[in-house]
Ligand binder design. Structure first.
Ligand code: NAD
Length: 351
């Protein structure tokens, strides 16, 4: 066994029901006295609760999915004008993404308070969108210094969004099995992530107001993101990034739809990963494990239901082919990728 694994330095606080005090402690630990509190208007009341114990100098609520560059620029100007010394973001991946965009150019430290299962808070990956093109990059400055997980903050997340978001986390786990830098530590984290998500998500669906399923799902989402940050984007993430940027598709739903198709494509060529995923699901095969979970959760099935135009299938093929890592387990060709995208677009069973 020969590999090099880099562990990202971050404080991770699980504080069920205790986010305000935990965030205040993290901000104090940074020595910050002028916080920019970032939260979308719909998360204003959560942000009020968390901000009550913080030295808030700026409240910023312009949050847009996939972080358009002009939105990032306005947030950066607000941070500079407010002479802030730390960023606290309360929200899903879009909100964390905006904080990261500010940190990227200002170097300001982030305390992230996630309210979905996207996992951006545990990665050093940033993303910005200009027109139809989404650009991502890796930079140590965007890794939040602290993350505070409080499952009670996700109670307002409707079951449908929770399911899509949790399957986005599951996609991090699956892609971490064969991402370009995947190593045995990533695979161990991803396996435990799958186990936690496969138990947590059905519990969320069955009892959306219960904390246990939410907490287990947050734990799985964290492991998923840590594994993914190390392993890097595999075929699945490359497909979703291209589609998301080109057609403005909802991030989590896109991942939820595409995942079974990529698993079916790669699994026969990645037997060890297949066995690990199957074991984590407690299922005879990886594909059956995912299919059973998706059935229980009534998971999103077709990209056409989420705004992708049919002519987009042909348009997306070339940019995806250019982006898929060379070491992907199964060969990716114009023909099999077109078939995969069509199946995901129309919602047919993975081939
Ligand atoms: P999001 O932040 O847009 O949230 C999805 C939806 O859930 C939104 O409508 C939001 O208003 C709602 N929501 C969030 N929290 C809620 C709550 N507690 N109660 C009710 N509704 C709530 O999307 P997301 O799926 O969390 O994240 C997607 C974005 O994150 C994408 O832009 C993606 O590229 C990025 N992302 C980045 C990384 C990374 O490592 N950089 C990892 C994962 C995702």
């Amino acid at each position: 066994m020969r590999f090099t694994h880099e562990t990202l330095g971050q404080r991770v606080v699980f504080a069920p029901g205790g986010a305000p005090a935990a965030v205040a402690a993290e901000v104090a630990g940074l020595g910050a006295t002028r916080v920019m509190l970032i939260a979308a208007p719909a998360r204003a009341s959560l942000a009020d609760r968390i901000g009550a114990d913080l030295p808030v100098a700026v409240r910023h609520d312009e949050v847009v999915m996939h972080v358009p560059v002009e939105v990032a620029e306005r947030a950066r100007r607000a941070a500079t004008a407010g002479r802030v010394d730390a960023l606290v973001c309360v929200g899903g991946g879009s909100t964390t993404g905006l904080a990261k965009a500010v940190a990227l150019t200002t170097g300001l430290p982030i305390v992230a308070v996630p309210t979905t299962y996207a996992g951006s808070e545990a990665t050093n990956v940033w993303g910005l969108t200009e027109g139809e093109v989404k650009t991502t990059g890796v930079d140590a400055r965007v890794l939040p210094r602290s993350v505070v997980y409080d499952a009670s903050l996700t109670l307002g997340l409707p079951v449908e969004t929770s399911v899509a978001s949790g399957l986005n986390a599951l996609a991090h786990c699956v892609d971490s099995m064969w991402g370009p830098r995947a190593d045995p530590i990533d695979r161990a984290l991803a396996g435990e992530g799958i186990r936690a998500l496969a138990r947590g998500l059905p519990a969320v669906a069955a009892d959306p107001t219960g904390l246990e399923g939410r907490e287990r799902t947050l734990y799985g989402a964290h492991l998923a993101a840590v594994a993914f940050a190390s392993a890097g984007s595999g075929m699945h993430h490359k497909i979703c990034h291209v589609l998301g940027g080109m057609f403005g598709l909802p991030h989590a739903q896109t991942h939820a739809v595409v995942l079974p198709h990529v698993l079916a494509h790669n699994a026969p060529s990645a037997p060890e990963a297949e066995r690990r995923i199957a074991r984590a699901f407690g299922s005879p095969t990886a594909g059956e494990g995912l299919a059973a979970l998706r059935k229980t959760l009534d998971a999103p099935r077709a990209l056409r239901d989420h705004g992708m135009p049919e002519e987009g299938i042909t348009r997306a093929v070339a940019p995806i082919l250019a982006a898929v890592p060379g070491g992907n387990p199964a060969p990716v060709t114009e023909e099999n990728l077109t078939a995969l995208l069509r199946a995901a677009w129309e919602g047919s069973e993975p081939a």
